[in-house]
Design a binder for this molecule. Structure first.
Ligand code: HMG
Ligand code: MG
Length: 310
């Protein structure tokens, strides 16, 4: 197998994508401790929360306080989700330097998620992106339902390309291509990436796999083979979108780091410290964390070697 990637940037989305779907309200102090521990584990991009409507996603209501109180590591970027101008104003007020705007490749999901069609979302984001650029903010983009929509089914790859290109035109430095409901499979992933790469350089693309059907790690490998070097993941496998019914967690960061470590692909992330970070948030939840590596650690499954196998 030839992987044309020597190092991977991991975007940790646990404190946002991971927690947004949890029913139990996690105390602000625990979120801050969790984010701090993720930075200590060596993660360089940690999504710290979302300035979305607290009526739509109550768990994210304290993002401003969380953001203000995280002890900022100067080498770490702490993006937050912003759905509209009101969200951007809240982000500016909290001193945020990096935002993520999010839309989808299917209209029905987008309407359920942000109450806008795809075209309406771009009308909404144009002034948001302009203002964010004036504020010297970095802007990341998300395309949800890139591999399938819970309401519309199959999604044409050409639509994924169109939405990704529109996000880049707004000034996003990178677009994260999302398998929101974890339906993608490796050949499909390579097909979509192949179409994107005809127009967009790999450096501007990230993959965001949910692991609903257990295909996230296989899809990651398929994307690595295509030269993609940025992956979103959630510590412990936390996660899911409240507007994608039944959607479960993201690819677990520990599972991703374990695989990359053993393939001698650099990430700068300490697996032990990552497990420690997940163990901060885990006890607050009303269910066990689904990540496989974490579960193996919890059960004490022995494995002594850390030597990469290429
Ligand atoms: P709306 O109801 O159409 O908004 O929601 P509105 O403009 O009509 O405002 C209604 C009320 O919300 C008003 O308050 C506004 O002030 C308030 P009221 O007058 O009723 O008291 N409001 C806000 N409050 C705080 N912050 C704001 C804000 N905006 C309006 N920013 C809206 C539209 C976009 C706000 C709503 O649909 C929303 O917040 N959606 C976010 C849903 C969400 O967070 N989903 C999960 C994240 S996306 C995801 O998980 C996918 C991803 O991981 C990638 C993947 O997996 O594919 C990124
Ligand atoms: Mg997601």
């Amino acid at each position: 197998m030839r992987i044309p990637v020597e190092s991977v940037k991991v975007v940790e989305v646990g404190p946002r994508d991971g927690l947004q779907n949890e029913k139990v309200t996690i105390p602000k102090e625990a979120k801050i401790e969790y984010i701090t521990a993720l930075a200590d584990a060596g993660l360089k991009v940690i999504e710290a929360g979302a300035f979305v409507s607290p009526k739509w996603v109550p768990q994210m209501a304290d993002t401003a306080e969380v953001y203000r109180e995280i002890p900022k590591d100067p080498g770490v970027e702490y993006p937050v989700l912003v759905p509209n101008m009101k969200g951007l104003e809240r982000a500016i007020d909290a001193g945020v330097k990096s935002i993520a705007i999010f839309t989808a490749a299917s209209d029905t999901f987008n309407q359920r998620n942000i109450n806008m069609t795809i075209d309406e979302s771009f009308e909404n984001y144009a002034p948001v992106a302009l203002r964010a650029r004036e504020e010297q903010m970095r802007i990341r983009g998300y395309v949800s339902t890139a591999f399938g929509c819970p309401y519309e089914g199959d999604v044409p790859p050409e639509k994924v390309l169109e939405v990704t290109a529109r996000l880049l035109d707004l000034g996003c430095y990178e677009v994260s291509v999302g398998d929101t409901i974890g339906v993608g499979t490796p050949m499909q992933v390579q097909g979509v990436i192949g179409i994107l790469l005809q127009v967009i350089p790999a450096q501007k693309l990230a993959m965001h796999f949910h692991d609903t059907r257990g295909t996230a790690l296989a899809n990651t490998l398929a994307a690595l083979e295509m030269g993609i070097a940025t992956f979103d993941a959630s510590s412990g496998g936390l996660g899911g979108c409240p507007y994608a019914p039944g959607a479960s967690g993201n690819l677990a960061t520990e599972d991703l780091i374990y695989m990359l470590d053993r393939m001698a692909i650099e990430t700068g992330v300490s697996l032990e410290r990552l497990v420690a970070a997940s163990s901060i948030v885990g006890p607050y939840l009303d269910h066990p964390l689904p990540g496989r590596y974490l579960q193996a650690c919890t059960r004490g499954v022995p494995f002594a070697t850390k030597t990469p196998v290429q």
